[in-house]
Design a protein around this ligand. Structure first.
Ligand code: AMP
Ligand code: GLY
Length: 437
C-alpha cells in the first residue's frame, strides 16, 4: 500500500525548472517534454532554442541570482529542479534550494566537491580503492616543483578547482610540467589554482560512464564517448567537447557492470561514509589502460555534449526516475528503459571558439523535421527582430539516431550542411572510432 502511494506521488510531477543555458539543458528539457503528464518546463535562463519544444519556457534569472530563482520556484510551484552545470552546484545552489524546501536533482555543495576539488576527489578514490593514476598534491609552486624534481619524469599537471576544462596540462617533457605548475600558480585560474595536482601520465582509450543517484542507490546509463579537442585527429586545444556518441561500444554490458562495482558503487558508498547524501549524476571519465580501467576525473553533472547524445536514448520514465532520485526514493521509480539505437552528436561552434568566440551572427537553418534528428541549441539567442543569432562558443548540437553509427552520423552530418552562420566550424571526424571514414 505504502509503495503504491509513493509510486503514485511520482506521477504528480507537473512543473520542472532546469538551471542552465547550454546544449545539455536544452536536451534535458526536450527529453522531459516528451512526458505527457508534465505541464511546464522552465529553463533558467535557457537559450534561443528553449521554446522550440512543447511546454518549454525561458525564465530570465541567471544561476548566480540564487534568491530570485528560489522565489520563482516557489511562485511557479516547481515540483522538481534539475541543475545542469557544475558552477552553481559547486557554489551550493542545490543545498540552498533544499533548505528552502525544494526537491532538487543535483548534489549539494559537499557532494559537488567530487568535481570542484581534484585533491578531494583523488583522496576519496584512494580511501575507497577506486583505481586512478598515482598523484601528489601541492599548495605552493616550490612544493610542486620539488615533487617534480624528485619524480624526474613529465607529470600531468592539474589545477585543483573548476577551470572550465582548461586546468589540465598533459605534458610531454619535464620542462612543460614546470611551466604548467607555474601557470597554475600564476593566478590565471583564480582560487581554482590555490593547489595543484601532479599526476602520473596514463594511456589508453577514454570512455565516460554515468550514474543517476538518489543518495543510496544508483542507475547506470549507457556509456558515452566525448571528443574534447577542437580539431580533427584529436588535435588543437581542449574544448568543452566537440561531439559525442553513445552507447560507446568500447565497453560491453558486462564491462559496464564490472565498472559499476569497481567505480560507481564505491564512489557513492565513499560519499555516504562522509555523511554526504549524493543526489544527482556521478560522471566518471575513465581511461582503459593496459593495467585496467582508471578514473581520470569525476564530474558532478551530465557531460556536455555527452548528454545531448544520451537524451534521445532515454525511455519515457526518465522524468519519473529523476524525480525519484531527487526525493531519495529510486526504489519507487519505474524501470528506466533505453532505446537500443546508436546516437551521434556533432557540435557546431562559432568563429574563435574556444579562445574568443564571436557572437551575434545570424544562424540560417533549413531542416526538415525527422523523429531521428534533434537540433539542440547552446550558445544561441533571439534578437529584437526574432532572428536566431549566435551567443557563445558552442552554438548548436546536431544529434541523430540510427541502427548503426554510420547511419546516425550520416544523418547528423547531412543536416549540419543545412545550417550556416559566419565562422561556423565543426569536426568532420566525430565518432571516427565507430564509423567507416
Ligand atoms: P580533465 O579536464 O580532467 O577531463 O582532463 C582532460 C584530459 O586530459 C582527459 O580527457 C585526458 O585525455 C587527459 N588526462 C587527464 N589526466 C590524465 C592522466 N593522468 N594521464 C594522461 N592523460 C590525462
Ligand atoms: N564533455 C565534458 C564535460 O562536460 O566536462
Amino acid at each position: 500500500m505504502k509503495m503504491n502511494q509513493k509510486a503514485e506521488e511520482l506521477s504528480e510531477l507537473k512543473n520542472i525548472l532546469i538551471v542552465g543555458s547550454g546544449g545539455r539543458e536544452n536536451s534535458i528539457a526536450w527529453a522531459l517534454s516528451k512526458n505527457q503528464s508534465i505541464e511546464k518546463i522552465y529553463v533558467c535562463p535557457g537559450n534561443g532554442g528553449t521554446s522550440n519544444f512543447k511546454k518549454c519556457i525561458c525564465l530570465k534569472p541567471k544561476s548566480e541570482d540564487e534568491k530570485t530563482i528560489i522565489n520563482e520556484c516557489q511562485r511557479l510551484q516547481i515540483n522538481l529542479v534539475i541543475i545542469g552545470p557544475e558552477v552553481p552546484l559547486a557554489k551550493g545552489l542545490a543545498s540552498k534550494m533544499r533548505e528552502a524546501g525544494l526537491t532538487v536533482f543535483g548534489p549539494g555543495k559537499d557532494g559537488a566537491q567530487l568535481e570542484a576539488s581534484k585533491d578531494w576527489s583523488k583522496a576519496l578514490m584512494i580511501e575507497n580503492n577506486i583505481p586512478t593514476a598515482k598523484y601528489w598534491s601541492a599548495g605552493s609552486e616550490d612544493e610542486a616543483l620539488e615533487i617534480l624534481r624528485r619524480f624526474n619524469q613529465p607529470l600531468v599537471i592539474k589545477a585543483d578547482g573548476l577551470a572550465a576544462g582548461k586546468g589540465v596540462t598533459v605534458c610531454e617533457t619535464i620542462q612543460q610540467s614546470m611551466e604548467a605548475i607555474k601557470g597554475v600558480f600564476s593566478g590565471k585560474f583564480g582560487s581554482a589554482g590555490n593547489k595543484v595536482i601532479l599526476e602520473e601520465k596514463i594511456e589508453g582509450p577514454e570512455v565516460s560512464i554515468f550514474a543517476l543517484c538518489d543518495g543510496e542507490k544508483l542507475i547506470v546509463l549507457p556509456p558515452a564517448q566525448d571528443h574534447k579537442r577542437l580539431l580533427e585527429g584529436d588535435k588543437g586545444p581542449n574544448t568543452g567537447g566537440m561531439g559525442a556518441y553513445a552507447p560507446a561500444p568500447l565497453i560491453n554490458d558486462k564491462d559496464l557492470q564490472d565498472l559499476t562495482e569497481l567505480v560507481l558503487i564505491p564512489t557513492l558508498k565513499g560519499l555516504k561514509k562522509k555523511k554526504i547524501k549524493y543526489i544527482g549524476v556521478i560522471y566518471a571519465g575513465l581511461m582503459l589502460t593496459s593495467s585496467g580501467p582508471k578514473v581520470i576525473e569525476f564530474n558532478c553533472r551530465f557531460g556536455d555534449p555527452e548528454c545531448q547524445a544520451l537524451m534521445p536514448l532515454m525511455g519515457e520514465e526518465f522524468a519519473s526516475v529523476l524525480f525519484a532520485c531527487a526525493r531519495g526514493e529510486l526504489e519507487n521509480a519505474p524501470k528506466l528503459s533505453f532505446n537500443s539505437q546508436c546516437s551521434a552528436c556533432v557540435v557546431a561552434a562559432s568563429k574563435g571558439y574556444p579562445e574568443s568566440p564571436q557572437k551575434a551572427d545570424k544562424i540560417n537553418m533549413n531542416i526538415e523535421s525527422n523523429p531521428l534528428l534533434q537540433i539542440f541549441h547552446a550558445g544561441t539567442t533571439i534578437d529584437e527582430f526574432g532572428n536566431i543569432i549566435t551567443n557563445g562558443g558552442r552554438v548548436l548540437s546536431v544529434v541523430a539516431q540510427g541502427e548503426s553509427f554510420d547511419k546516425a552520423f550520416n544523418l547528423a552530418y547531412s543536416n549540419l550542411n543545412k545550417i550556416s552562420f559566419d565562422g561556423m566550424h565543426f569536426r568532420k571526424d566525430i565518432g571516427y572510432q565507430v564509423r567507416d571514414i
